[in-house]
Design a binder for this molecule. Structure first.
Ligand code: ATP
Ligand code: MG
Length: 392
């Protein structure tokens, strides 16, 4: 009899032939995040992943497992052989280990991935219930409708008994939905947008624009720290760093200042698109959310999309700031995001920006600029660094 953690995967299961690839990725991720703990065994048993380490480490390992997309449930189990006396022993130990045994109710539930096992599930559940009652009948009773806890028996290659199911993050494993470029500012929103898409299986690279020396180096450091936080979910992140100062200067000099934000955003998108094409990334991702700031209107989105030929994904578009903040806190990016360093957008934001930009006006402003030359200049000076998943 051993204590193990059993991990169940959700949607990954739907992915047919690729399923094994995804599970292997998830196992790799589990090993990486738990590499400071001893793992004696990690294997698959009828589609679930079973991990055996040192029992006393499980409490610390579980929060790390909660960072592995694809995992739907994490169940601390007792693993036994599949004979009735071992199962009984395991069941009694599992129930006995609960703190809340006086006056509680329970029911037994059996899942039989091993269809050869006899008795079948309903009969086995009845047997399991009876085993528990024989020992603990004075303290607990059966309630099949609203039990205080459920004793699960999962029959696979081995038998697994558990009473606790801890929710994992769900989602899909990174890379299973393609590759994307996150436009990562230093704000609250873009890291959350990135997280949302990593969760749906997009493997991220990130692009940050700064305007050093007009803005401080700390803004850039902040975006690196945010990318670092995202590596927990995504794995290593390639970070493209561009200095947008020449663009801001040119817009400031030649264009109507009220168009600063929208014009610079269009530059960001075109630069992002060029990077995507060169590095085979399938989409760009932004943290835009409708109505949050002046440029984030439907008209603004339309003008920003114009001329871009790859998808721009905006996972936060319909979310409230409070919802976004709550995710930012969960994924531990919030505290970094609110550090008070200037970002290039805030420095160059006009006092009275256009909120409903018209494309023809935007274009007539742009005609005053040598867009191609400016974009080439920014890309020539681009820096690329790898943000490595932290060793813990
Ligand atoms: P965030 O909190 O992500 O900074 P925001 O609410 O401040 O967003 P904006 O400044 O209008 O909104 O930016 C909208 C989106 O444009 C950002 O979420 C981000 O994806 C992208 N973006 C803005 N500034 C930068 C930048 N300096 N580098 C890279 N992307 C940026
Ligand atoms: Mg911002």
């Amino acid at each position: 009899m051993d204590k193990v953690l059993v991990l169940s995967f959700g949607e990954i299961m739907l992915k047919g032939r690729n399923r094994q690839v995804f599970i292997n990725k998830a196992i790799g991720k589990v090993k990486h995040l738990c590499k400071n703990f001893e793992i004696h065994e990690i294997y698959q048993d009828f589609g679930k992943v079973v991990l055996r380490g040192n029992e006393e480490d499980y409490e610390e390992m579980i929060p790390r497992l909660k960072k592995v997309f694809g995992i739907v449930w994490i169940c601390p189990c007792i693993r036994t052989e599949k004979d009735l006396s071992s199962i009984e022993q395991g069941a009694l130990e599992m129930v006995g280990s609960r703190q809340d045994l006086e006056n509680t109710t329970f029911k037994a539930e059996v899942q039989r991935a091993d269809k050869e096992f006899r008795p079948k599930s309903p009969q086995m559940a009845a047997k399991l219930g009876a085993m528990v009652l024989r020992k603990y009948g004075e303290k607990i009773s059966v309630d099949v409708h609203e039990p205080d806890f459920i004793l699960y028996l999962d029959l696979r290659g081995k038998a697994y008994l558990y009473t606790e199911k801890i929710a994992g993050p769900g989602g899909l494993s990174p890379g299973s939905s393609g590759r994307g470029l996150l436009l990562l500012s230093g704000g609250i929103d873009s890291p959350v947008a990135g997280y949302q898409l990593i969760r749906r299986g997009v493997k991220l690279s990130a692009l940050h624009f700064h305007s050093y020396p007009f803005t401080s180096k700390q803004g850039l450091e902040k975006s690196k720290s945010l990318a670092q936080k995202l590596t927990d979910y995504n794995g290593d992140i390639r970070l493209f760093i561009c200095n947008l100062l020449p663009v801001y200067k040119a817009i400031g000099k030649y264009c109507n200042n009220r168009y600063m934000t929208i014009l610079s955003r269009r530059f960001m998108m075109e630069i992002g698109e060029r990077i995507c094409k060169k590095y085979q990334l399938d989409a760009m991702i932004t943290g835009e959310s409708l109505g949050q700031v002046a440029s984030q209107t439907i008209e603004g989105v339309a003008v920003i999309n114009d001329g871009v030929n790859i998808p721009i994904l905006r996972p936060l578009i319909a979310m409230d700031k409070q919802e976004i903040i709550s995710i930012a806190k969960d994924i531990d990016t919030f505290e970094t995001s609110i550090l008070p360093f200037d970002d290039c957008c805030s420095v160059f934001t006009p006092t009275n920006p256009v909120t409903k930009p018209k494309l023809d006006r935007v274009k007539s402003n742009e005609e005053k600029l040598d867009r191609r030359a400016l974009i080439d200049e920014v890309l020539e000076n681009m820096e690329i660094i790898w943000i490595k998943e932290e060793d813990r």
